[in-house]
Design a protein around this ligand. Structure first.
Ligand code: SF4
Length: 365
């Protein structure tokens, strides 16, 4: 069914509206010496097995600028007893050569709770690092650049959620994981793009408030009889795709397969052969091995899957996430050397936010 309405900050009576807070910079100063980052025959030899993983997507001429950082980061991880979590949208040299755990935001946070590490370096955006801290409060969580934000996470605040509850009393609130800890602490349950429909239906109610992604809300509404009240947030990467653009790819090659993320607008979803989360999209390509595929999401993900499946031809409508691209090898190294920038979440907010995340995690599938 169509969504029941879309609301934004201008539709609510804010008293002291606080948009998503910028994370604090800094953190404990326990610096180690900066290792050398020069290209040498020894570095070439010791990183050759890693270059094998990315040789289809990183030209040989670029590897000497990356390999010294890769080697230094991998050495320092051991010294710090650290794990590196890399989101599917990270660049191939990070995703394939220094990450210990890769996946979507929730996979990363959940897997991180299982590892015996003192330090988590989050190669993703700030809400992901917060989610890791919420689920692993005893670990030191670092983000190599705390300015790595997200247009969805910054579109809604905890106060917005409180005002929505006043406007729609008794209606439960579902938050996509792409939200700040502050928002997660105010909602009934979180969801991912993989389980959003299941989460909405699990509440056994005829109406839900769904924040912050209006396009994911529209997708959910199209899959369920529950009425969805949406928020005016959008992913600045996925909202740029258009159905017309995808029709052009299909006209050029009718056999091409198009797979899209549900953060895309409805005309894009309508053109897609398959719609799913980043993890589902990757599994779809692994299972179906299409000859040519258009992966309608942040374009580093196509590079990462291409490195694994060189026989698949990826047509790349390349929309990059500027926030994800703030994370680079030099910044990851700096993070491990200087133990910055530490991500902290107020323990009271973290406890409330953990409840919303764990309620989703414990849903029976
Ligand atoms: S791709 Fe979109 S949803 Fe993901 S971090 Fe970037 S802006 Fe946020």
């Amino acid at each position: 069914m169509p969504i029941a309405g879309i609301y934004g900050p201008e539709d609510l009576s804010h008293t002291a509206m606080t948009r998503a807070k910028q994370p604090s910079r800094g953190g404990p100063s326990r610096a180690l010496p900066m290792p050398p980052v020069a290209w040498t025959p020894e570095i070439e030899r010791e990183t050759a097995h890693l270059y094998e993983r990315v040789k289809t997507v990183i030209p040989p001429v670029e590897w000497p600028t990356m390999a010294p950082y890769v080697k230094a980061i991998n050495d320092l991880k051991q010294e710090r007893n650290a794990v590196i979590l890399a989101h599917n949208y990270q660049t191939p040299e990070i995703f394939n050569c220094v990450a210990d755990i890769v996946g979507d935001s929730l996979q990363l946070a959940r897997e991180a709770t299982k590892v015996d590490a003192d330090v988590i370096v989050q190669c993703g955006v700030h809400f992901m690092a917060e989610t890791s801290k919420i689920l692993s409060p005893e670990k030191t969580v670092l983000i190599p650049d705390s300015r790595a934000g997200c247009s969805l996470a910054s579109s809604v605040t905890g106060e917005d959620v409180r005002l929505l509850r006043e406007k729609f009393p008794g209606v439960p609130v579902v938050a996509y994981v792409n939200t700040s800890a502050d928002v997660k602490a105010e909602v009934d349950i979180c969801c991912t793009s993989s389980n959003a429909v299941q989460v909405v239906e699990s509440l056994n109610t005829d109406t839900v408030i769904f924040v912050p992604d209006q396009y994911l809300a529209k997708y959910v509404a199209s899959q369920t009889d529950v009425k969805v009240i949406a928020w005016k947030g959008a992913c600045e990467v996925h909202e740029r795709f258009t159905g017309d653009e995808l029709k052009m790819y299909r006209d050029a090659d009718p056999s091409v397969q198009i797979i899209a993320h549900p953060e895309c607008p409805p005309d894009v979803i309508a053109e897609a052969d398959f719609t799913g989360s980043t993890a589902h999209m990757i599994n779809w390509v692994r299972d179906n091995r299409p000859k040519r595929v258009v992966m309608v999401t942040e374009c580093s993900m196509a590079d990462n899957v291409q490195a694994e499946l060189p026989e698949v031809e990826f047509v790349r409508p390349c929309n990059l996430c500027p926030h994800m691209k703030r994370i680079t090898l030099p910044k990851i190294l700096d993070s491990l050397v200087n133990m910055r920038e530490e991500v902290l979440v107020d323990p009271l907010i973290a406890a409330k936010a953990r409840r919303s995340v764990e309620r989703m995690v414990h849903l029976k599938s």
